[in-house]
Design a protein around this ligand. Structure first.
Ligand code: ADP
Length: 670
């Protein structure tokens, strides 16, 4: 078939006569050729003539006449970017031999200089023997498309760079076609170089991967995938995967699903991070923590064992000192001396407990008995205890107590004593010759009682104040002859805070320091049984609890010394009778037959037997409801709870604190 060459000028058409149908067709083609940015071209093979029509040429800056002159294919070649020529010729040649479609993008020289991207699609007309006679095509401006492609390519390269730079593996699983795409890093995490290596012997890379997951972790992995399928949830799972040498590495996979409008999962895209090092570090940390915990436990065991060893003889000293205090044959001076022995002994016990306390505080194992405490009473006790120390160093001790209001705070009296003794002792120790320590107690506001301990000693510089309350940090005092361990203030602060209070410091180097404690204020005592042991002894007086009728107490205690001490004490109490059972079975028998109003037990001495007794009494309906009080040597919170469940209504400290005991008895017998 031969094709007539298109005339160059469209005006030429208007001089011819056409049927209406032909005119319609011509107009249609005219219209098409007028589309912005398009051109139609024809290349006649025999003559090598070339013709082109359309607005594309205008876009490249050529006017009508210039286009008219573009009649030879060589002229057209001259407008191609040199770099695109060879590829373009090859595509046309390939078309000629294989009849593949011509689809070609090239850069066309603009009249004004520079190039514009043009895409052309063409086909050929062949004669009966298959020889190409003409090639005809359409060309259009592809600048915008090319810019988009270019931007896409840049973005892809950037993404590739990021993917290569980051250590995360990136992957996408086409769920519908079961196809996996992943970055090299995914494979490299397991020591493979390519996707194919891991897929070897498996259906695909996904299967190759999942087959390597540790058997223990696989169910978790599957579950996470299922959740993503069914609940559209994100996927975040850490698991072990065997690398190419069979060594397990920890991988964390995070992914999200892509769903169609019906909610069906189409694709899952995600990242893999190699967390092996993190896991190993975590394991090391956990091991170190376990080691530290067990070392701490051994330390606590050792310390509590030690303190127990020291406590037992101290208990005896204190117990017998108390017995002496009841002895009416003593002169008042002797009684004062005995009292000093007792107080000093109590102080010593406190010191033994300091180290134990610190370890208990550190392990969160400190128990407090919070009760309304008359602060001035405690402060006076502590001042008296500190007096020998202050006199020895020539420090004057002054107390200013504003007793116009009740100075009662909810706190643990023993712990408060410990706190005050430490602050007083510091005020004395870190002081100059003829210095002073002022203790002021006053109501700060409706809710708080303030105890301030001020001295005009060495003071603490601002820089060192930042290091206060750090265990074993003596702020340089270790270089002096002043004795100390550097734990007192740590314990003090912890105790004050555990009692719901606060502690603050105001200090100036070479001027002095003021430690201020604020404690929660509370109502006065419910009764008047906060009898000080001193008053009982000094006046050899007896006293009564506020009771409707006399009551019977059964004390089950196999330590003869403790039993004797308690019996002596109860001689001074009018309306309480004490019965002692010096062995557990006798205790059970007496509880059943004599029906005491209160049972007093000693868990501090023989815990397992005493617990057994409690269990037996609890299983008997006759003895079950008898209120039980128990002496303990400090109990952990868990222990306290266990004892409360066993019906112990009050835990009493050892050595015996008479005020605390009386308060507890008053409460249960009221
Ligand atoms: P210790 O007295 O056993 O060294 P503390 O914990 O009680 O331990 O006190 C820590 C440090 O704080 C002391 O070593 C001392 O340097 C400083 N410090 C405490 N109280 C005072 C005070 N009132 N005046 C000056 N320095 C003090």
């Amino acid at each position: 078939m031969s094709v007539k060459q298109f005339p160059c000028s469209l005006e030429w058409l208007s001089n011819l006569q056409f049927s209406d149908q032909q005119l319609q067709t011509i107009n249609r083609y005219r219209c098409l050729m007028g589309i912005d940015g398009f051109a139609f071209w024809q290349w006649h093979q025999a003559s090598q003539n070339f013709s082109i029509h359309g607005e594309l040429c205008k876009l490249a800056g050529y006017d009508f006449d210039e286009v008219q002159c573009l009649t030879q294919v060589n002229q057209v070649r001259g407008l191609f970017h040199p770099d695109d020529l060879e590829r373009s010729v090859a595509i046309i040649r390939h078309h000629a031999h294989h009849n593949t479609p011509i689809h070609l993008s090239f850069r066309l020289q603009r009249k004004t200089g520079g190039y514009m991207w043009v895409t052309t699609m063409a086909n050929s007309l062949r004669d009966d023997s298959g020889i190409i006679t003409d090639i005809v095509g359409v060309a259009f401006d592809a600048s915008a498309l090319h810019r988009t492609q270019e931007a896409l390519r840049t973005a892809e390269l950037r993404l590739q760079r990021i993917m290569n730079a980051c250590n995360d593996g990136i992957w996408e699983w086409d769920v519908i076609n079961d196809r996996m795409e992943c970055s090299d890093r995914v494979m490299q995490h397991l020591g493979f170089n390519s996707y194919d290596e891991i897929a070897l012997g498996a259906k695909n890379a996904l299967q190759g991967w999942t087959r390597r997951i540790h058997a223990e972790d696989y169910p978790g992995f599957r579950k996470a995938v299922r959740k993503t399928y069914e609940e559209q949830s994100t996927f975040d799972v850490a698991y072990r995967v065997a690398d190419r040498d069979g060594i397990y590495r920890w991988v964390r996979t995070r992914a999200v699903g892509g769903y169609d409008e019906l909610g069906q999962l189409m694709v899952i895209s995600g990242t893999n991070i190699d967390i092996t090092e993190i896991k190993l570090a975590q394991d090391r940390m956990e091991r170190a923590r376990d080691d530290a915990e067990s070392a701490n436990l051994s330390k606590s065991k050792f310390l509590s064992g030690m303190s127990q060893e020291l406590r037992t003889p101290m208990n005896a000293i204190l117990g017998y000192a108390q017995l002496f205090e009841f002895d009416t044959n003593l002169t008042s001076q002797q009684r004062t001396n005995v009292r000093e022995i007792r107080k000093a002994g109590e102080h010593l016990i406190q010191l033994i407990d300091d180290v134990l306390d610190l370890s208990k505080i550190e392990s969160g194992n400190v128990n407090l008995t919070l009760e309304p405490v008359n602060i001035p009473d405690i402060a006076r006790d502590c001042v008296a205890l500190s007096q020998p120390q202050s006199s020895a160093l020539g420090i004057s001790f002054n107390t200013e107590i504003d007793e116009s209001e009740d100075l009662i705070a909810l706190c643990d009296r023993v712990r408060l004593k410990q706190v005050l003794l430490n602050l007083f002792s510091n005020g004395i120790k870190y002081n100059r010759t003829a210095g002073w320590v002022n203790v002021k107690i006053f109501v700060l506001d409706e809710d708080q009682v303030c105890i301030s301990v001020e001295d005009n000693g060495y003071g603490i510089s601002e820089a060192k104040q930042a290091e206060l309350f750090q265990p074993f940090n003596r702020l340089g005092a270790e270089k002096t002859a002043i004795e100390g361990s550097g734990v007192g203030l740590v314990i003090t602060k912890s105790l004050v805070e555990m009692m719901g209070g606060t502690i603050s410091v105001y200090s100036q180097q070479d001027i002095g320091s003021c430690f201020e404690i604020h404690l929660p204020r509370c109502e006065s005592f419910a009764d008047d049984v906060s009898l000080s042991i001193d008053s009982i002894i000094d006046e050899n007086k007896t006293f009564s609890l506020d009771l409707q009728s006399p009551k019977k107490i059964l004390f089950i205690e196999d330590s003869a010394a403790n039993a004797r001490l308690m019996s002596k004490l109860f001689h001074h109490i009018n309306n309480l009778a004490l019965e002692v059972a010096d062995e557990p079975l006798l205790g059970v028998y007496k509880a059943r037959t004599e029906k005491p109003d209160v049972l007093l037990l000693d868990l501090a001495e023989n815990e397992s037997d005493t617990l057994e007794v409690i269990k037996i009494l609890n299983s008997d309906s006759d003895t079950k409801s008898i209120p039980k009080l128990a002496f303990v040597n400090g109990a952990s919170r868990a222990q306290e709870q266990k004892l409360a469940e066993l019906g112990i209504v009050s835990l009493l400290s050892k050595p015996i604190n008479i005020g605390q005991l009386m308060n507890a008895l008053q409460r249960v017998l009221k």
